[in-house]
Design a protein around this ligand. Structure first.
Ligand SMILES: Cc1ncc(COP(=O)(O)O)c(C=O)c1O
Length: 477
């Protein structure tokens, strides 16, 4: 507690304790602030009572392995039942406890904005950062900051790194990386005298390549690129790729890049919730991920982890600089990222609700359900359509690409070249005509659906997709 009447201990005009001091405290010394007693919905006596009423029914569902439509029946997700919703991978879907928690924090702010921003917000952000650091497996909570989304985190980190690169140094990306990240890298090559090297991962893999073969091929291609472009100082790699839904061997890639003197930024936007996350174990320099996709948090919540444990053998990415200079500037990483101006911070404050949501549902049981469902769904589609998945299913967790059996009625040509226009046409048709929300991708001149398996999906969703595709392409089956 700040001593009444003493000088401010935090940054700017905030009347709260210094958040750098709070984040640096050991777990045994740290005393979390209590949730304000007046923060809750009118019908509940306290925040905890509200959470208990939302979470208790989930414990029953989870312990009975009762996922799927039971979650929609009970309003745990607000998804409109008219849709066959197979695209959790795009923007996620927020669980009710997180929505409610964000709502009560928003109401708290509006009841007394000065009290909320000036005195309550920052200590609670520290509480949340300490909590989510454990969730993501960061060795130290001092290495973690919150950002509104992965995009902002990635742009902050890439710019920070580019500023300290030398002329002719290069940044390497894989062609299967996220589109906006490639644009970021292109842009920094205009702003700084650095080069961009892009490595191609041939997809689909040739023949009956196993996941080990594919991982080895990526490793070999990357190693060749690192050797032939001697100046690669920074590598960007996805934990799980977006368009192709492939889980990459991040730890091995990081070790390889470090051996060649390059730092690694991991884009882990799809990781938390799909895989058990342990960012420190990857050993990468920076990991950026979000909470609002597979962890079902309220929108506007993501993280940047900057590894404080690295030795200095390879190019060192500095601690990322926040995109916005504000009151916390110059006070340390957490201060710099925590306040970027007057806006809605409720998604960050509500992160404990998502954590409690997954604990109540049983995070391992839920993950097992989704991964099993993805496998069953992909196997069903491959069989019904006589096609294939893009990569072996042991490289996928809760998303996979399955080839669509496209033939038109005038042709049985297996080698027809399809384009992203065809993909858009089919995705729109599924959306408008059948109320099926699933992305259609064009890879190697073929069309593929990228299916997602979330806790609210069931095998019937994919059976419907299968039947509709067979109706659209009757010649193919
Ligand atoms: C691989 C990857 N990186 C980054 C992002 C951007 O995430 P956000 O929308 O949280 O900024 C996405 C979004 O889908 C993604 O798939």
């Amino acid at each position: 507690m700040a001593v009444p009447g003493s000088a401010y201990t935090g940054f700017g005009s905030f009347h709260s304790d210094n958040i750098q001091d709070l984040i640096a405290q050991s777990d045994s010394d740290y005393r979390p602030p209590t949730i304000p007693p007046d923060i809750c919905m009118p019908e509940f006596p306290s925040y905890d009572a509200m959470m208990t009423s939302l979470l208790e029914p989930l414990e029953e569902l989870g312990s009975g392995g009762c996922f799927g439509k039971a979650l929609l029946d009970r309003g745990v997700f607000l998804l409109d039942r008219k849709w066959t919703f197979l695209n959790h991978g795009a923007f996620g879907a927020t669980c009710l406890p997180a929505l409610r928690a964000a709502e009560v924090w928003r109401r708290h702010t509006e009841r007394q904005p000065l009290l909320s921003f000036d005195r309550v917000l920052l200590p609670h952000l520290v509480r949340i950062v300490r909590l989510v650091s454990r969730v993501i497996g960061a060795r130290s909570c001092a290495d973690v900051v919150l950002v509104p989304n992965a995009t902002q985190g990635l742009w902050a980190c890439i710019q920070t790194a580019a500023r300290v690169l030398h002329p002719d140094d290069a940044i390497l990306t894989l062609d299967i990386g996220y589109g906006s990240v490639k644009k970021m890298v292109k842009e920094v090559t205009k702003r700084f005298p650095v080069k961009h090297v892009e490595v191609t991962v041939p997809l689909p893999p040739v023949g009956d390549a196993s996941s080990a073969d594919i991982a080895l091929q990526i490793h070999t291609t990357l190693e060749q690129a690192l050797k032939s472009h001697g100046h690669v100082k920074l590598v960007l790699v996805d934990a799980i790729t977006s368009n192709t839904a492939i889980c990459l061997p991040v730890k091995r890639i990081t070790e390889l890049c470090h051996r060649h003197g390059a730092a690694v930024i991991v884009d882990a936007a799809h990781a938390l919730g799909q895989i058990p996350l342990n960012v420190s174990d990857w050993g990468a320099d920076i990991v950026v991920g979000n909470f609002h996709k597979w962890w079902c948090a309220a929108r506007g919540a993501a993280f940047v982890y900057s590894n404080g444990d690295l030795d200095l053998d390879h190019f060192r990415v500095p601690r990322p600089e926040a995109l916005v200079i504000s009151h916390g500037y110059g006070h340390g990483m957490l201060s710099e990222f925590s306040w970027d101006g007057n806006r809605d911070y409720s998604a960050w404050l509500a992160l404990d609700a998502s954590d409690r949501f997954w604990s109540s549902l049983g995070v391992d049981r839920a993950r097992e359900y989704c991964v099993g469902l993805l496998r069953d769904a992909a196997t069903l589609l491959v069989k019904d359509w006589s096609t294939r998945t893009l990569v072996p299913l042991d490289m996928c967790h809760m998303m996979a690409l399955v080839e669509v059996p496209v033939r038109d009625e005038h042709s049985t040509d297996d080698n027809q070249k399809l384009t992203s226009d065809n993909a858009k046409f089919l995705q729109d048709k599924l959306h408008y005509q059948y109320s099926i929300e699933v992305p259609v991708k064009c890879v190697d001149s073929r069309l593929w659906v990228r299916i997602s398996a979330a806790v609210y999906n069931t095998i019937e969703d994919y059976q419907r997709l299968s039947a509709v595709i067979r109706e659209i392409f009757p010649m193919s089956v």
